[in-house]
Ligand binder design. Sequence first.
Ligand code: HEM
Ligand code: FES
Length: 344
Amino acid sequence: MGVSYKAVGWNRQKKHYDWILFAFCLSYLAVFIGFSIGFNPDMTFETLLIRSTSTLALLLLHVILSIGPLARLNSRFLPLLYNRRHLGVTMFTIAAIHGGFSIFQFHGLANVNPFVSLFLSNTQYGSLHAFPFQALGFFALLIFLLMAATSHDFWLHVLTPSIWKTLHMGVYVAYFLIILHVVLGVIQYETNPIFIWILFAGTGTVIVLHLLAGTREVRKDSMHFPEATDGFVRVCAIGEIPPDRARVFCLDSERIAVFRVEDMLHAIHNVCKHQNGPLGEGKVIDGCITCPWHGYQYLPKNGQSPPPFTERVSTYDVRIIDGNVFVNPKPYPEGTERPGAPIK
Ligand code: HEM
Ligand code: FES
């Protein structure tokens, strides 16, 4: 939350997470290299480095892409979401070691610039079995570089959340390029089909998780509500909103979160000003609606971040009649104070 941009320090939880990530990466590399030497003692150091870092980067990329839908499907995965950017930068660093070392190994001795050699040493761009797959890895790495370089909140602030988010959606383009890079590469130098099966399993998992989370969202958004009377629409019974939590309703194509805060109901726009996080999936902490993604806070009565912070979201009128909750989908300007509805 910012009066102006202010860097967020490393807290204990983030340090803990980073250490686990670091230990995991080291263990993976050690186990991979150990097994590879066990199966093929003649494997060179260069090949070991290229293969261990590439497979680790690919594994981390699958985890990164699965965290979003997993957190949507089960809130126990939310702590992973808070730290996803550290995972992204780690994945980029490891992929860069793989890519950089491959260029050094396969193009370092060329009589042209290694980057020229990367694109022109093999020009069979029309062939499936001899395609210059390394070029695809290069473009994916460029996208990861751009994402890692702008991952800090400073860039989020400078670029605005919507541009930043669009930029970071590039991860799906990069993922597609990597899948082609691996498939087209593996069919050229690997005869064992197990690698393709492992890749299919990974891609299948990512696709299924996205479909599951997506259909859940669509189902929520297409819920039908009775015609409005007096501008108000009945959304649910009061007992359906747990204390300090919300339920989210899509009215007039906007998601509205109705929160139960002590003995009051308040309705605010569901979209967080930081990175468009789902406020209605958060909870009330210290009297403030707290975003589940990175903890931005808003006061229930007016949708404003508590002073000195300046973020604001729209508010809505809410009523309770005979134990039923009614919401008026007409938004008030961001930060407008509304009385809410007392729970008798
Ligand atoms: C400049 C960019 C890149 C270059 C030049 C490059 C080059 C290569 C080469 C030469 C291979 C075959 C290695 C072998 O003989 O075993 C390979 C395989 C592979 N690459 Fe890349 N790569 C690049 C980027 C990436 C990126 C960004 C990823 C991201 C995850 C990646 C993941 C893989 C994987 C999983 C394999 C198959 C496993 C292996 O045999 O190493 N590569 N790449
Ligand atoms: S999206 Fe980051 S705090 Fe809400």
